[in-house]
Each structure stands twice: as C-alpha cells, then as structure tokens.
Design a protein around this ligand. Structure first.
Ligand code: PMP
Length: 347
C-alpha cells in the first residue's frame, strides 16, 4: 500500500550496508570499520549505532512510541528532507503546506525541485479544511504537511480535522508535533496511524526535552515507512554524543515535566502581560513555548529590543501576520528583563 507511493528509485533501493549494520553484536575485537584504534574521548573512535537502538528503546518505554514505528533523524529537519526525497519526484510532484507555518517544508521541497502548494489558514488561523480538501483533489500532493501546534501561531488543530484531511489524502500526511509537550490536553495523531498507515508524525527532542544542540528528531510511522526511512537515511546520521545526550534527556523525564510546567506558567504570564501593554494590538493564544503578538510597528520594536540585547523573531513577512513578533519563553530572569524592556517602549 505504501510501496506504490514511494519514488520508484526508493522502492528499489539497495541500501548501503555499513560495518555496524552488518555486525552489531558483542565481540572482543572490532577490526571491521576502518576506525582508529584510539580516540580523544571514550568510544569516540567508534562509529555510532546506525539505528539508535538504545535511544529508541528508551523512547518506547518513556514516551510510549513503539520502537518498530520510530526512527531518529539528525533533527526533525533531516526527516522532513528525507520524506520529501522518498515520496516526491523532482520536477513532477508537489507537496502541500498550510500558510503561515514552519518554513523548512517548503525550503526542502524547493531544494529537491518539488513544487509547493500553499493553502492559507482561515482568518482565525485555523486549518481551512474545505480549501485543503479541494487542493488535495486538484493538485494531488505527494505529502501534506500539517504543523500542530503550529509555528509561529501556537495554534493546535483538532485531531478530527487532521484525520479528515489525512483520510481524504491518498498521499502521505505528515503531522509535525514538535511543540506537543507544551499543549494542554494534546491529542496526538500517533493514535491514528493504526487506522491510516499514510499518516506520519514528527516529534523532536529540541524543545521540551532541551536538547536542540544534539539534533534529535523522531519519526513515528507504520513499520513499513519506518523500514524504508532506515534504508534511505545516511548510514550514521546521529552522532554518538547526540545519542548519549538524547538518552540522558529522555531518562530525565522529570526534568522535562518541570520545564514544561514552568514554561506553561510563564507563557500564561507573558500572554497577559503583553495584553496589558498599551501598544499591543493582539496576542495570539499559544499552546507552544512561544507567544506571538501584534504591535503597530514590529520592525521598530524588534530593533529596539535588539538594542537592549534581546533577540526576538519578527514574523511580519508571513501572510496574515503583518506587524507580529514571536517571543520564545525563556528563564524567569530572561522574562523579567524582557518585560522591563517592553514596559519602557512606547510607540
Ligand atoms: N518542526 C517545527 C514546527 C519547528 O518549529 C522546528 C524548529 N524550530 C523543527 C521542526 C525543527 O526541529 P529539529 O530541531 O528537531 O530539527
């Protein structure tokens, strides 16, 4: 069923067989991978596990995602890139994204010579289901990307809407849940994969798990797609220190829970603070670790904050988001300094 959706050269791919994929058991002496016999720190002279088995097992036991349904990418960005290369034919196929959303879906498609169909969100920044269904019928995208909670709006889309689109879409639907851990009562699309094997979910350890520097994205899919992904990815795509950092992050789930609770509290606090500012036009409700708000002159406010040593994101170039600024939730101290600076600003 999935096979027919793959690019033919991926369907017939004979994967590279690395030393560590050919033999991964225990042995006394490893002389098979042309590694150095010595390194500058323990184990760094050795290639890492190509399949991140220990990390995936830990993810299964802590996060509940079955290990035959997961694969680890060098950030979810690598997974997005690879999924496009697995399913969409350069110069022929297209992908579909809601707009505004996270930018790499479109950029990776463009790098691969794959067209992008943008479907604008509704005025209330929700998915325009009818427009998406029509675009699916008319343009037959190979992949539909949906980001929930959406970056940069912070909006969660109901699982029923996502299911409606994924079930009507004969191609692959990718739901990027990078910010899921920050959302209240979040209903993940992972539960829907069983009924719809064309559904793929992305998670990352870059946000709530605090490991952005390690570059660890998680693909969650039916075992058939997972197996093809394992064949198509670079042999040693996740470095050893990153696998170790990922294990540490997942094992310390109590730290994650504490950070998420603090982040949510500060998000609520920042949202009401921003609403109380005389120059704020609109604060967008957020289920992620950032808050988007509208001011009369976003460029001027951005420049002013930069002058105070505070870097935020000006999102004004996105359709429907004229004069908006996105602020990531930081530490208590960082939030206090930000609020002081915002108090001093007047238009
Ligand atoms: N998805 C979304 C929605 C994001 O906002 C980001 C990064 N800002 C990513 C994926 C990338 O995640 P990673 O660090 O795992 O590549």
């Amino acid at each position: 069923m999935i096979e027919g959706l793959l690019n033919p050269w991926i369907r017939n791919l004979v994967p590279y067989s690395s030393a560590r994929s050919e033999f991964s058991g225990s042995a006394e002496i490893f002389l098979d991978a042309n590694e150095s016999w010595e390194g500058e720190s323990p184990d760094i002279n050795r290639y890492p596990d190509p399949f991140c088995r220990t990390l995936r097992k830990e993810i299964e036991s802590v996060m509940g995602f079955r290990s035959d349904m997961t694969a680890i990418g060098n950030g979810s960005d690598e997974i997005i890139d690879l999924l496009i290369r697995m399913f969409a034919c350069p110069g022929k196929d297209c992908i579909m994204v809601e707009r505004p959303t996270y930018g790499t879906y479109s950029v990776f498609a463009s790098i691969s010579g794959v067209d992008v169909i943008d479907v604008p969100l509704t005025a209330s920044l929700d998915l325009d289901i009818d427009a998406m269904l029509m675009a699916i019928r008319n343009s037959k995208p190979k992949i539909v990307f949906i980001c929930s909670p959406n970056n940069p709006t912070g909006r969660v889309y109901p699982l029923s809407s996502i299911r409606k689109i994924a079930d009507a879409n004969p191609g692959i639907t990718v739901v990027d849940e990078a910010y899921a851990d920050f959302a209240d009562g979040f209903q993940s699309a992972v539960s829907a994969i069983e009924d719809n094997p064309r559904l793929v979910v992305l998670r990352t350890l870059s946000k709530a798990f605090g490991a952005a520097g390690a570059r660890l994205g998680i693909l969650i899919s039916c075992p058939e797609i997972q197996k093809v992904f394992m064949k198509a990815k670079p042999p040693y795509n996740v470095p050893l220190p990153s696998q170790q950092a990922g294990l540490n992050a997942v094992r310390n789930i109590e730290h994650v829970r504490r950070r998420v609770a603090e982040t949510r509290k500060r998000r609520k606090d920042l949202s009401s603070f921003l609403s109380s500012l005389p120059y704020t036009i609109e604060v967008f409700p957020s289920e992620a670790n950032f808050v988007l708000f509208r001011v009369p002159d976003a460029e001027a406010l951005y420049g002013y904050l930069l002058g105070k040593g505070i870097v935020v994101r000006n999102r004004s170039s996105e359709p429907m988001l004229e004069n908006t600024i996105r602020i990531t939730i930081g530490s208590e101290d960082e939030m206090t300094k930000l609020k002081e600076a915002l108090c001093e600003w007047s238009c």
